[in-house]
Write a protein that binds this ligand. Structure first.
Ligand code: APR
Length: 241
């Protein structure tokens, strides 16, 4: 752990790449593995073609998967420690695959939401945006004042990544010399290529924290801590002073 503290303190550009696993201790299930959402729900409901052809069915499932528990989850020790590392000037930014807004709630300012967010809805007709918490989701088809159907502002399967977020995330990864890779199976492109880009371009030191080996563990990670994100970052918080 002393090596990790030294890496944090001496990094020129320390970043974090996070996935669903960092929010499991906040009560949000992961997508894959034990208790994963894709064991319980069919991911087809968040495929963009399905959404446009069966919006009512898609909305009914999305409410169960994402929205019914929305607003309940709180940042955990891992989120809070990453916020502290940014506040102390060590962490330069987070690229997250998560849509739960917990990094921002923990206090991080530089957060790139690679897969968008559950916090806003966008009109499929006029592109007007709405805060989810201020929108009545009881109708079968939440709609815009223009009559268009509202879509959650996260990236559906078959949708592209927001070009600006894509570019900013890649630029940050290419500047990174030390990267935490936290709670991700590393299976979903193009997000999962970012730690590889950091390593290949900049020789970044990859510090992986996961409760199980991932697609990165044997091939990319320089350090692998097989433990819960909250436990690992709780140790970091104690030592970083
Ligand atoms: N601490 C650390 N890691 C954990 C914890 C924990 N407490 N609990 C689970 N994990 C790990 C699991 O071992 C797994 O490797 O978190 C990872 C979660 O993997 P996924 O569910 O595949 O989540 P993620 O990698 O973020 O998925 C990427 O897939 O469905 C899409 O758009 C969705 O952003 C998501 C993308």
């Amino acid at each position: 752990m002393k090596e990790i503290i030294d890496l944090i303190k001496n990094a020129k550009c320390l970043t974090a790449f996070t996935g669903a696993g960092i929010s499991v201790e906040s009560g949000i299930p992961p997508f894959r593995g034990a208790g994963g959402l894709w064991e319980k729900y069919d991911p087809k409901y968040i495929e963009i073609e399905f959404f446009y052809s069966h919006p009512k069915e898609s909305w009914a499932e999305m409410k169960k998967i994402f929205f019914n528990s929305m607003g309940v989850a709180k940042p955990n020790t891992a989120h809070k420690t990453l916020a502290k590392l940014e506040e102390m000037g060590f962490l330069k930014g987070i690229i997250t695959q998560n849509i739960d807004n917990l990094h921002q709630k923990a206090g991080n300012k530089k957060v790139l939401e690679y897969h968008g967010t559950i916090d806003t809805l966008v009109c499929t007709k006029c592109s007007k945006k709405y805060k989810t918490k201020d929108t009545d989701l009881t109708p079968d088809l939440p709609s815009c004042s223009c009559g268009g159907i509202l879509k959650p502002d996260f990236v559906f399967y078959g949708e592209g990544i927001n070009p600006q977020v894509y570019q900013e995330s890649l630029a940050l990864a290419l500047k990174t010399d030390v990267m935490f890779v936290v709670g991700t199976s590393g299976e979903v492109m193009p997000a999962c290529s970012l730690p590889m880009a950091a390593k290949q371009q900049n020789g970044a030191v990859i510090i992986e924290i996961n409760t199980l080996p991932s697609a990165y563990t044997a091939s990319l990670s320089d350090y692998y801590f097989e433990q819960k994100a909250g436990d690992f970052f709780g140790e970091i918080a104690k030592r970083i002073g």
